[in-house]
Design a protein around this ligand. Sequence first.
Ligand code: URA
Length: 271
Amino acid sequence: MSLAVDPRAVESLLAFWADAGVEASYADEPIDRLAEGAALLRARSQPPPPVPSAPMLVASRGPDPTAAVEQARAQAALCNDLPALAAAIAAFDGCPLKSMGARQAVVSRGPADAPLMIIGECPGPDEDQQGEPFVGAAGQMLDRMLKAAGLEGRALITNTVFWRPPGNRAPTPQEQAVCAPFVERAIQLVQPRLLLLVGGASAKALLKREDGILTLRGRWFEWTSSDGALELPALPTLHPAFLLRQPAAKKKAWIDMLMLAERLDRPERPH
Ligand code: URA
């Protein structure tokens, strides 16, 4: 028996799900979360199962993240320019985000010899669609700020991870760790004078600190490559998406931008 499907009903259903924030499907069959919840409640009334040993815990989390980091490091080391790095990232399968509904890898935009590198958190829906970082509303605000501070066209922009996390969540530390060798290789290839770390998830990952962004922002830190060979001044600042939600915080971000522009144009002292 063939079922006649009304295309308008399908469009209306898809629009309903999009409005509810559902933008990707991961399986052919729906999952009944209510039934899962009931099973969970039943399980909670049972005595707790024995705690699995450490190897079982690791195995249940999917591919070994240490192996993926090593693989990323080895592949990044083979890249001698940004196009090669972008190709290696696109071909890399070690980041779990790649198979969570992202359309494509989003790597960088801006001049390859930029004196400034900006590292955001992760691609969002617009970046996922267009394949370039910071092209949505937050990116347009970032561009306006860079222009007003005299930094237009002087920054190479990238993120801590290269695939859009599902549901616009923040990237996990594990996802960031797997992508970190590629981020580090990009910094080594560009050799900027300064780094701008945009948002808490970027500042924490690059500086390996637990403090919140409101504590870190507006202060200079030293970013060091994993082999210790490269050290660069790094300035954490507020994320433009946060500024769109909290316009009163723009003043702080503007102060950071001016600090950045002043240091970038300060003549380097001869050694
Ligand atoms: N937010 C980010 O952190 N990065 C992007 O590329 C876009 C939005």
